[in-house]
Design a protein around this ligand. Structure first.
Ligand code: SF4
Length: 287
C-alpha cells in the first residue's frame, strides 16, 4: 500500500533536485559559506545596471533613486490568475500603439530601416533588431546590444548570451523557442546605459515587436528593461521588483536580473532560478 505521508517530501525532494540541476547548468560549482546563511532583506539601493557586456560606468545616468514603491502586482508565486490585476505603474505615458497595425516583425524591421532616429546610430556597426521565434510564447527583453552583438547583429551572443541560453535550457526550452530583443537596437558607446532620449526614440519599436509576437509572458532582464516596459522608473530597484509578476498591456511580465549581472554576482543565480521557475510554471499552466 502506498504511504501518502511521504508524498509532500517527494515533492520537496524533486524541487531541490531541479534547483541543484539548474545551478549546475548555469555554472554554480560550490554551495556554502555566505550563501548557506539566511539572506539579508533586499536593500533599498538601486542595483548595478549592466549592459550585455558590462556594468554601467560610475558617472553614467542611472535609474531614478528609490521612491516609495507602489504595491506590486504580485501574483503569489506560481499562481497566475486568468485576469491580470490592473495597478497603475504609469507615471509616464507609454508610447501609443502604431496608427497602422503591423502585420509582422518584417514590417517593423522595414520601418526601422537604416535608422538615424537617435544619437546611437553613428557609432553602431549593426542594428540589432531581435532574434528568435516570431510566435514565441516567451520573450526576453534586455537593455542594449554589447560589442559582440554590435559586431554580429544578433542579440545575446556574448558571455551573457551564453548564460541566457543555459537559463532557457534549464526551463526546458531552446533558444529557437523564444524571442530575444533589447530596449534599444544600437549599442551605446562603451556599453553605457542607454540614455532617456535614446530609449524614448527607440522603445516604440520594442512595443510594436511585442504587439506582433503577443507572447504569453515577458521576462525583463535588468532594471532599464523593466522600467521601460512598465513605463515607470519609480517602482524601485530590480532587487525589489524581481520575482513578481507585473502587467504589461495585459501580458504578465517577470523582472529578473540581467545575465551580465549574474556573471559578476553568481550568488544571484539562485534568485533567477526562482524567478524562472515561476515563468516555467506559468507557461505550463497556460499551454
Ligand atoms: S537605438 Fe533605436 S532609435 Fe536609435 S538609431 Fe538605433 S534603432 Fe534608431
Amino acid at each position: 500500500m502506498e504511504d501518502n505521508s511521504i508524498q509532500p517530501f517527494q515533492g520537496i525532494a524533486e524541487d531541490v533536485i531541479q534547483h541543484l540541476r539548474f545551478l549546475q547548468t548555469i555554472g554554480v560549482t560550490h554551495l556554502g559559506g555566505a550563501s548557506a546563511s539566511p539572506r539579508p532583506a533586499p536593500t533599498e539601493t538601486v542595483s548595478p545596471v549592466v549592459t550585455e557586456t558590462g556594468p554601467a560606468a560610475p558617472n553614467q545616468v542611472q535609474p531614478a533613486p528609490e521612491t516609495v514603491a507602489p504595491a506590486p502586482i504580485i501574483l503569489q508565486s506560481h499562481e497566475v490568475p486568468s485576469t491580470m490585476p490592473q495597478v497603475s505603474l504609469f507615471d509616464a505615458e507609454l508610447p501609443a500603439e502604431p496608427v497602422k497595425p503591423d502585420h509582422s516583425l518584417e514590417d517593423i524591421r522595414l520601418d526601422i530601416g537604416d535608422c538615424q532616429r537617435c544619437k546611437l546610430a553613428p557609432t553602431r556597426t549593426h542594428l540589432v533588431f531581435g532574434d528568435g521565434n516570431p510566435n514565441a510564447r516567451l520573450v526576453f527583453v534586455g537593455e542594449a546590444p554589447g560589442a559582440d552583438e554590435d559586431a554580429s547583429g544578433i542579440p545575446f551572443v556574448g558571455k551573457a548570451g551564453q548564460l541566457l541560453n543555459k537559463i532557457i535550457e534549464a526551463i526546458g526550452m531552446k533558444r529557437d523557442d523564444v524571442f530575444i530583443c533589447n530596449v534599444v537596437k544600437c549599442r551605446p558607446p562603451e556599453n553605457r546605459t542607454p540614455e532617456r532620449d535614446e530609449i524614448a526614440a527607440c522603445n516604440g519599436f520594442l512595443h510594436r515587436q511585442l504587439a506582433v509576437i503577443r507572447p504569453k509572458i515577458i521576462v525583463a532582464l535588468g532594471a532599464p528593461s523593466a522600467f521601460t516596459l512598465l513605463g515607470d522608473n519609480k517602482i524601485g530597484s530590480i532587487t525589489r521588483i524581481r520575482g513578481q509578476f507585473f502587467d504589461y498591456r495585459g501580458t504578465p511580465l517577470m523582472p529578473t536580473f540581467h545575465p551580465a549581472y549574474l556573471l559578476r554576482s553568481p550568488d544571484k543565480k539562485r534568485e533567477v532560478w526562482e524567478d524562472m521557475k515561476k515563468v516555467r510554471d506559468f507557461l505550463k499552466q497556460n499551454d
